[in-house]
Design a protein around this ligand. Structure first.
Ligand SMILES: C[S@@+](CC[C@H](N)C(=O)[O-])C[C@H]1O[C@@H](n2cnc3c(N)ncnc32)[C@H](O)[C@@H]1O
Length: 311
């Protein structure tokens, strides 16, 4: 936690994000056809979510070591989509891998964020690690055909995959990975669950966030995002809309969406450990016999859940 804060403050000073250097149109969120690209200062603040930062950093390092063992080509190519103003995972890993081993392409739709990231690599003398700085929409970007793409890293999400374009970006980029390439996060799953508010918040208030204290009735996974599922979803005409049965004895319980994130291998983020894995309570579903859930992409990504109580 303290390390994330120190690093954030150092990088904010170096980029001028702690002052008023970033001003004008690009200090705001950018609304894209696939969701919201959050503003440079908000993107920078993601570094402070320590559990997220640790899981993504270690997961990305493990993914790079895996592709280095899997492929003979050097350097291996990583595309960091939505790198934000600090491109933190490329910046930190540039101290672990030489440019002959790994080359990163940094991409962000916000020119100010990308400019900050470029300035940091120049300040720290790490420019050899970067193949290119690309200002583009990652949901439509086309990777150069002549280069095999070994790792795609994207963290442009909020809990329950709402608001930001993680899904659209993954659907565009996963099919562009070379065979055997890795998408980070390796798996994101959103589950529809029932929960008992009394047990839920008593456990949280006592500081005991272990699963054992809470009640969970998992009705099913409503969206799973992996490289394979992203490729399949990219070919599909619409997102799945599973209809899940609610067991009669649990119908009095309210519902929530849970987000499980595995960056890579065993590097995952625990429930409640990060803003990305906080449960998302849903209203109006208690008593439902069946619930239909569909992810709606577009400019306002959200899950729509409706009761299917007829017969
Ligand atoms: C949640 S921030 C995270 C920043 C960085 N990945 C990190 O982990 O610290 C998401 C970043 O993705 C960028 N972004 C969101 N949607 C994008 C898109 N479709 N194309 C390119 N960049 C995008 C935003 O501008 C923002 O800088």
């Amino acid at each position: 936690m303290a390390a994330s804060r120190e690093l954030h403050d150092l990088l904010a000073r170096e980029t001028g994000l702690d002052g008023d250097k970033i001003a004008g149109a690009h200090e705001a969120d950018i609304m894209l056809p696939s969701g919201k690209a959050i503003a440079p200062r908000s993107a920078a603040a993601c570094l402070l979510d320590a559990a997220r930062t640790v899981a993504f950093l270690r997961g990305t390092e493990a993914a790079l070591r895996t592709v280095l063992a899997r492929f003979p080509q050097r350097p291996v190519e990583m595309l960091y989509a939505g790198c934000g103003p600090f491109a933190p995972f490329a910046l930190m890993l540039a101290t672990r891998f030489g440019p002959a081993q790994v080359r990163a392409t940094l991409l962000d739709v916000n020119p100010s964020s990308l400019g900050c990231a470029r300035a940091l690599f120049e300040t720290f003398g790490l420019t050899d690690f970067v193949r290119a700085y690309v200002c583009a929409d990652a949901a439509t970007y086309v990777w150069p055909r002549e280069l095999p793409l070994h790792v795609v890293l994207v963290e442009a999400m909020q809990r329950a995959l709402e608001h930001e374009p993680q899904v659209a970006i993954s659907l565009n980029l996963a099919p562009q990975l070379t065979a055997g390439g890795i998408l980070v996060p390796e798996r994101i799953a959103v589950d529809l669950c029932l929960y008992d508010p009394a047990r839920e918040f008593a456990a949280a208030d006592s500081g005991d966030l272990s699963e054992a204290r809470r009640i969970r009735v998992c009705l099913g996974t409503v969206l799973e995002l992996t490289a394979d599922s992203a490729r399949a979803l990219a070919r599909a005409t619409e997102y799945p809309a599973p209809v899940l049965d609610v067991p009669a004895e649990t119908r009095h319980l309210p519902a929530m969406l849970r987000t499980a994130i595995t960056a890579f291998g065993h590097h995952s983020i625990g429930e409640y450990a990060s803003g990305l894995t906080n449960p998302f309570p849903l209203n109006g579903l208690a008593g439902a016999r069946r619930i239909r859930t569909r992810y709606a992409g577009g400019p306002h990504p959200v899950f729509r859940c409706e009761r299917m109580d007829e017969a």
